[in-house]
Design a protein around this ligand. Structure first.
Ligand SMILES: [Zn+2]
Length: 253
């Protein structure tokens, strides 16, 4: 029963995340006005706004003008619902679950906005650093010191790489947004997870980068946003960090 509630709760939050994803980059209010169709501007009634279910019942089309509803809506609702379920099964009904769910929800918004606009908004990452530091007092899985070192290491190391890259190649490779995002990841997960996140995201980013270059030709120069890889690396570090570190130490022993 509680697992079912955790999925429904996650999907409802996902519905709100969709609003944030569309409105935050345009600096619009995320509270007012209510949801409306981007084509015919008709407001969407609550019964047409039920996560996942309404999309299926309406066959992915607006009730009034029959224009397609973006697939992003059910996708984000589904991913957020599953994230909630996964975290709930891992951490149970606890403060850790609430804190990590807020963290993953922020990563989902950051990732989708970064994919659309190649930007990581300060309005999410900077308060995120503060929330991560403050909730370290409430989360038994992390100490404040661990969180603080995480912020400094996360922010500092990427800043160093970004500066070095700019100095070597005379162009900006990694945005300041990535630096603040990694500081936020450090605030929530601690400094060990920062190192793991950098390793994982570079690895995943390189593999995807090579695949894109092979598919599109090596002259293809689209700046691949790094935020989604950092987010993915952080989620893997959150779920499997302990196991990965154990496994690595076991290999060395
Ligand atoms: Zn419409």
């Amino acid at each position: 029963m509680l697992t079912l509630i955790s999925i429904i709760f996650g999907a409802l939050v996902g519905s709100f995340l969709n609003v944030c994803i569309f409105r935050l980059p345009k600096e619009e209010s995320i509270i007012w006005p209510g949801s409306h169709c981007p084509y015919c501007k008709k407001s969407i009634k609550f019964y047409d706004n039920i996560p996942l279910i309404s999309y299926l019942l309406l066959w992915g089309k607006c009730r009034h003008c029959k224009k397609p509803i973006s697939f992003q809506y059910p996708l984000v609702e589904g991913i957020t619902g599953l994230s909630s379920l996964w975290l709930f099964m891992r951490f149970g009904p606890s403060l850790s679950y609430i804190i990590y769910f807020a963290f993953v929800a922020a990563l989902i918004v950051i990732t989708v906005i970064d994919l659309y606009h190649q930007i990581i908004l300060d309005i999410i990452s900077l308060p995120g650093i503060g929330v991560g530091l403050l909730t370290s007092f409430l989360n038994p899985r992390i100490t404040f010191l661990d969180s603080l070192i995480g912020v400094l290491l996360g922010g500092g190391s990427l800043f160093l790489v970004a500066t070095l890259y700019q100095w070597l190649f005379k162009r900006e490779g990694m945005g300041g947004g990535d630096v603040k995002l990694l500081a936020m990841i450090g605030a929530f997960l601690g400094w060990k997870a920062v190192i793991l996140t950098i390793l994982l995201s570079s690895l995943i980013g390189s593999v995807i980068g090579i695949i894109i270059m092979v598919l599109k030709g090596k002259n293809f120069r689209y700046a691949i946003p790094f935020g989604p890889f950092l987010s993915l690396g952080a989620v893997i570090a959150l779920f499997y960090g302990q196991d990965l570190i154990q496994w690595y130490l076991g290999l060395r022993a």
